[in-house]
Write a protein that binds this ligand. Structure first.
Ligand SMILES: Cc1cc2nc3c(=O)[nH]c(=O)nc-3n(C[C@H](O)[C@H](O)[C@H](O)COP(=O)(O)OP(=O)(O)OC[C@H]3O[C@@H](n4cnc5c(N)ncnc54)[C@H](O)[C@@H]3O)c2cc1C
Length: 421
């Protein structure tokens, strides 16, 4: 069994930023394990621009953004193994991985950072009627075909779901010569970023059909068309008589992302039902001591800049854990997601630790105009901020100051909520 101070699972933007940060804090025994053949994670296939506006004040493509971190990993000579799949982790921080050249490898780590990213929800999760014909892909798979393999999935496309990957693929398929007929969304709002709706749909006259869904699929060997119907906004049931047939050879699914938490579950880490990721404290430490989590495996982020910021924190805190300078045995206070809030992260906080601001992130449950985000402990309000608009496509990130946290050290819990007018 090989010993290593810090073992990072996943070499995407989260794993890379965590490694760089831990190194800069002083950690010299780090190992990154990545199952793909190169570092960079999902950013390798995101060849559009729009990355890094916060972190580098530059508009970069996904591969350019990832490369900035890969270069630092190489400069610092941080070891990594690609083509290496982690297949097991335990509560004792033992990790089993497998690759072609070394076979099974066993590691004993002092600390672990989970940075495995997320995966797309497939067709099976949607129960769309029709044959299992070819021509139905998740939007990310289609993106991989087009951007990395140079393969066009089809010529006439309908997109189901309006997540960011679907929106970006609407534009990409149009650039590549396909006709995108519509983007169909069950909800009354898009779950993608506003800028992606404007730049990827509106600019190319691609209709966004809100309160609609696909109710039937035609074609046995290859997709021949889909039937789209309006749904009742309350019950989400299709409204008879509103069906429209679109002749198409490709249906792209952009219907949600799920954090990759099979390994976390295996290690007995507590998961949060709202985010699908581990429950963590303000240090991003999970319920298993010395196991930290960041990036899309913790909760699905909208911007990679926030992933890098969060991962840098995980790297620094993991180093403090290794050097035994992270406070232990402090009383923790749960953070409750109140009205309008879906899956606040972290899920708990040690107020006795309050020497630095604590970042709280969540997705609004709905679209709220002229709303306020408030954080309260019992009757005491410690944070309030007004927003012109809150939407589920854009995460809310707020900072609680140490002064504010010290005021509530004896409270039972904290609630974060939206006040909508
Ligand atoms: C289509 C698309 C468009 C996007 N557009 C933007 C944008 O315009 N601007 C922006 O800021 N953000 C954008 N994002 C979001 C951004 O790409 C993500 O926030 C970011 O990549 C998440 O980083 P991560 O490291 O958590 O996950 P990932 O990038 O998914 O990396 C996780 C890594 O872990 C590895 N892994 C998983 N399990 C194991 C295992 N068991 N063993 C070993 N390795 C494992 C995976 O192979 C992967 O490389 C976009 C994302 C997508 C998919």
């Amino acid at each position: 069994m090989r010993k290593v101070d810090l073992l990072i699972i996943g070499g995407g933007p989260a794993g890379l930023a965590a490694a760089v940060s831990a190194y800069e804090q002083g950690c010299r025994d780090i190992l990154i394990l990545e199952r793909e053949d190169t570092l960079g994670g999902i950013l390798r296939q995101c060849i559009h621009n729009g990355f890094g506006l916060h972190t580098f004040q530059q508009e970069l493509t996904g591969p350019e953004y990832a490369q900035k971190y890969i270069d630092r990993v190489i400069d610092y000579q941080i070891p990594y193994q690609c083509n290496t799949m982690v297949i097991e982790i335990t509560k004792e921080k033992q990790v089993t991985a497998v690759n072609r050249s070394n076979g099974l490898q066993h590691f004993q780590a002092k600390a672990i950072i989970l940075a495995m990213g997320c995966r797309e929800r497939p067709r099976g999760a949607l129960a769309i009627p029709g044959w299992r014909c070819s021509g139905i892909y998740t939007a990310g798979t289609a993106q991989k075909f087009v951007n990395l393999e140079g393969i066009m999935p089809g010529a006439r496309v309908v997109i189901l779901g309006s997540g960011d990957i679907g929106l970006i693929m609407a534009r990409r398929m149009t650039f590549m010569g396909a006709k995108v007929l519509a983007c169909v969304e069950l909800l009354p709002f898009s779950s993608g970023l506003k800028r992606n709706i404007v730049q990827c749909l509106d600019d190319y006259d691609i209709p966004l059909l809100l309160n609609h869904t696909v109710v039937d699929i035609a074609g046995r060997e290859r997709l021949e068309g889909v039937t789209v119907a309006q749904v009742d906004p309350e019950t989400k049931r299709p409204i008879a008589g509103t069906e429209q047939y679109y002749a198409c050879d490709t249906l792209l699914l952009s219907v949600g992302l799920i954090p990759e938490n099979e390994l976390s579950r295996m290690a007995g880490i507590d998961l949060c039902a709202d985010t699908g990721g581990p429950s963590v404290d303000e240090n991003l430490q999970t319920s298993v001591s010395g196991v930290f989590s960041c990036g899309n495996v913790l909760h699905v982020h909208d911007l990679v800049d926030f992933v890098s910021e969060e991962a840098a924190k995980a790297g620094a805190k993991a180093w403090r854990y290794i050097t035994d300078t992270l406070d232990k045995n402090l009383k923790s206070m749960p953070i409750i997601s109140g009205f309008g809030v879906s899956g606040a992260v972290p899920q708990k906080i040690h107020v006795g630790n309050a020497d630095q601001p604590v970042t709280l992130m969540f997705r609004p449950k709905n679209v709220y105009k002229n709303a306020k985000v408030c954080v309260t402990a019992g009757e005491k309000e410690i944070y309030r901020h007004s927003s012109r608009i809150l939407t589920p496509g854009e995460m809310v990130s707020l900072k609680l100051t140490p002064e504010a946290l010290r005021q509530i050290s004896d409270a039972e819990n904290l609630t974060v909520k939206v006040e909508a007018s």
